[in-house]
Ligand binder design. Structure first.
Ligand SMILES: Cc1ncc(COP(=O)(O)O)c(C=O)c1O
Length: 412
């Protein structure tokens, strides 16, 4: 050891680290305890864990704002008489889903079969898989979920799917619930409304092995339309034909237990059009895509729900004037439309796979080692690349919730 004993080497290494920790501004004065922190998290002991201890980039959830968002939506639904079946595509977390259900969400909507398996597996009832199961793999996984939990629901926008589901249900000896998914302004999915929609509903209803579950129409175009009045007009245009089709079904003698759709952007519009339930998702966290769609009160900001989720990053290099490099880039889903929490004058640039650049024109800016929190642009894709929500009360970490809805069984 070049004349240095193990003891003196340790003393030199840690001694100088502690000396610099104590004297260098911006460095934590608490010991670094990463392995210790992981062990504490594993046994759900969060005492003494702070944002400053976290590995970056990571996702941090402001618990107070998150709770407030859940409460705002729950109270709105109670007051206006519309049901909520919250969409989990945003959070992919059973911890969040269970809190939504506890506050009155009828069940949970899922965009992928893996999310549906996660939610049903966690014991959540009345899960709605909002994308038609296509192909052998998804059809059978859907059928198996219905077998496990008869309250699980699927949608179909094509007679071919209806026939295949009926066949598979016969083989499995079950009677799954299937809704019709109707075109609502988004050309990605949805059967034609009106008479063709009624025909599709009748087809489901006539199948021996299927139960008709109602009508779905999701207007993704309306949700982010800027300006509340314009958004309302778009929503009416997209959703009124869906509701009319549901009425046609009722007139034809079909039982239509629910007319589902809607989003965070149209939560205070959808009831008057005739939806019986909302599939809102983003309201739990909010992102910069939603921040400026405008409120009913006429403000440019959409402040009905608060941005409770951030990506915590560290400034890892500061050699150029007016900018620092952060440890979040493409792999962390960084986007130039992300925003720096509390520092609107700082702009975000994407540098590459692992790095981003934060730039400012005047003032103090940021230094090496600074922690920066970013509001992400699109929740669905950002939460998809992280494993956890670190739940925070101020700077203190009070819980850790896994994000598990990405893969199927392999991930879980
Ligand atoms: C079918 C469906 N329903 C509901 C939502 C939730 O929308 P939001 O996150 O805008 O509330 C989405 C989002 O993409 C969706 O695809």
């Amino acid at each position: 050891m070049n004349g240095m004993t193990r003891r003196t080497m340790l003393a030199t290494t840690f001694g100088s680290a502690w000396a610099s920790a104590a004297s260098t501004p911006g460095l934590t004065k608490r010991p670094f305890r990463y392995a210790d922190i992981e062990a504490k998290i594993a046994r759900k002991d969060f005492t003494g864990i702070f944002k400053d201890d976290l590995p970056t980039p990571c996702m941090v959830l402001d618990k107070a704002l998150f709770d407030q968002n859940l409460k705002t939506m729950a109270e709105h639904c109670k007051r206006t008489g519309i049901d909520l079946r919250a969409h989990c595509k945003i959070h992919k977390s059973t911890d969040v889903a269970k809190r939504q259900v506890a506050l009155g969400s009828l069940g949970i909507c899922c965009a992928t079969i893996a999310e549906a398996e996660l939610m049903v597996g966690a014991g959540i009832k009345n899960v709605l898989y909002t994308c038609q199961p296509a192909g052998k793999n998804k059809i059978w996984r859907g059928i198996l979920l219905s077998k496990k939990d008869p309250s699980f629901m699927m949608v179909a926008d094509d007679p071919i799917t209806v026939d295949l589901l009926d066949e598979a249900a016969a083989t499995a000896g079950i009677r799954p619930i299937v809704l019709i998914d109707l075109y609502s302004g988004l050309t990605r999915a949805g059967h034609a409304t009106g008479q063709p929609g009624l025909e599709l509903a009748k087809r489901i209803d006539s199948k021996k092995n299927l139960k008709f579950g109602g009508v779905m129409g999701y207007s993704g175009g309306a949700s982010h339309t800027k300006g509340w009045e314009t958004r309302r007009e778009k929503s009416v245009k997209d959703i009124a034909p869906v509701v009319e089709t549901a009425m046609l079904c009722k007139k034809a003698g079909l039982n239509v237990p629910l007319i589902t759709g809607g989003s965070t952007g149209t939560y205070n519009i959808d009831k008057e059009i005739g939806l019986t339930e909302l599939q809102a998702g983003s309201y739990v966290f909010m992102d910069t895509l939603y921040m400026y769609v405008g409120s009913k009160a006429g403000t440019k900001e959409y402040s009905d729900f608060k941005t409770s989720l951030t990506v915590l990053t560290t400034a890892v290099s500061a050699n150029h004037r007016g900018q620092v490099t952060i440890d979040a880039g493409n792999k962390a889903m960084l986007k130039p439309t992300d925003e720096v929490k509390g520092r609107p004058e700082i702009k975000v640039e994407n540098q590459g796979a692992e790095y981003g650049i934060l730039k400012w024109n005047d003032g103090d800016g940021l230094k090496l080692g600074d922690k920066v929190e970013l509001y992400c642009s699109n929740l669905d894709t950002s939460t998809n690349v992280y494993d956890r929500y670190y739940v925070a009360d101020g700077d203190r970490i009070v819980d850790v919730w896994p994000i598990m809805g990405r893969g199927g069984a392999v991930q879980r």
